[in-house]
Design a protein around this ligand. Structure first.
Ligand SMILES: *Cc1c(COP(=O)(O)O)cnc(C)c1O
Length: 347
């Protein structure tokens, strides 16, 4: 079976983790600091604070902007439950917004001046229209959990909003098992995150929480960050290949197959749900695991019991999309096999 996700862990990655284990300093320490420095370098400035997950990063980014009870935070319905969890954690009111069929990102037309903050997700690596959102909403958090290493107009994704967040979960661009990062050009935002994370040994008490990353995770992530360019090249090649074999009645998410983007997933759009489901079953028979990237029940408006008719684009995407295996450790023969199976299905 060709899995849908597979981490790419090299002997160098293992050595990096081994070195941490041998150093006897395994909790948050010097490697976490190195990883934060690597993010500042990648983003060409600002500050960074490593945390335990992408969800923690999102919650802390919102908290550090003093968003809480009484604030309205907009999130795209087509994303993941982590967004809802983070907004709920800070106690703000959630405003669920439909997405665009082109890049699957939040539809800026769904935002208005009553909204205090918006979480903009660059879905599966495809850049969302952050500029447009920033014109409407005062606080913008860019969710780069699926787009680390992507750029737009020669500028790293995640440098337009007030803060941006990253995840190092197993299926993301680089994998630490778990882990997250908050970055901002505004030092005060990152300072507030760091203050909350440093719960131990403080002179005065305030509620804080252990959202720390370990040096073991940081070493694993940092080692993969060293080959971000190669990760991008390989992901691009696979995405290009899939796009080149799409028959005319299929389409795919836009904004991914170009030199700047970091494709996290290749998501095709079938003519209808029946064909999508048949394709998924056929690929499974051929030993290729494809997934529905966001199921209908996972749409945030569904979790909240809102009227589905208000979210037609996300509803349609949940019915027609399918994600093919896309990761740098996918072998050439595996890629050939996937493409051949798809070709046979379409014939
Ligand atoms: C994975 C992900 C998160 C949450 O990250 P975790 O590290 O799993 O908590 C948040 N937003 C998006 C868009 C993600 O893909």
């Amino acid at each position: 079976m060709i899995e849908h996700n597979r981490p790419w862990i090299t002997p160098e990655d293992r050595s990096a983790v081994d070195a941490v284990l041998a150093s006897n300093w395994v909790a948050q320490g010097p490697m976490v600091k190195h990883l934060e420095d690597a993010f500042v370098a990648l983003r060409q400035g600002g500050a960074a604070c490593a945390v335990s997950s992408g969800t923690a990063a999102l919650g802390l980014a919102l908290r550090s902007m003093k968003l809480g009870p009484g604030s309205a935070v907009a999130v795209p319905t087509y994303s993941c439950s982590a967004l809802l969890n983070a907004v709920t954690w800070v106690g703000a009111d959630v405003q669920v917004v439909d997405v665009l069929p082109s890049n699957f990102g939040i539809d800026p037309a769904g935002l208005d001046e009553t909204i205090d903050a918006v979480v903009v997700v660059h879905v599966f690596g495809s850049p969302a229209d952050t500029e447009k959102c920033r014109e409407i909403v005062p606080f913008v958090v860019e969710d780069c959990c699926q787009s680390l290493g992507g750029e737009v107009n020669n500028r790293p994704l995640g440098t337009i909003g007030l803060a941006s967040v990253y995840s190092f979960y197993a299926t993301k661009i680089v994998c630490g098992g778990q882990g997250g990062m908050v970055c901002s050009c505004n030092e005060a935002v990152v300072d507030a995150v760091r203050d909350f994370r440093q719960f131990d040994g403080r002179a005065t008490y305030e509620p804080r929480f252990n959202f720390q990353m370990t040096d073991i995770q940081a070493a694993l992530v940092l080692s993969q960050m060293n080959r971000l360019a190669e990760i991008k090249r390989r992901r691009q090649l696979i995405a290009q290949r899939y796009r080149s074999i799409l028959p005319s009645d299929f389409s795919c998410q836009g904004g991914l197959v170009n030199e700047e983007s970091m494709p996290q997933r290749f998501v095709l759009i079938a003519p209808d749900q029946g064909i999508r489901d048949a394709l998924q079953a056929f690929m499974e028979q051929q030993g290729v695991r494809c997934i529905v990237p966001v199921q209908r029940f996972e749409l945030l408006h569904r979790y909240l019991g809102m009227d589905p008719a208000r979210f037609p684009v996300a509803e349609r995407l949940s019915e027609t999309t399918l994600s093919l295996p896309l990761y740098p450790s996918l072998g050439e023969e595996e890629l050939d096999h996937i493409c051949e199976a798809f070709r046979v299905f379409c014939a």
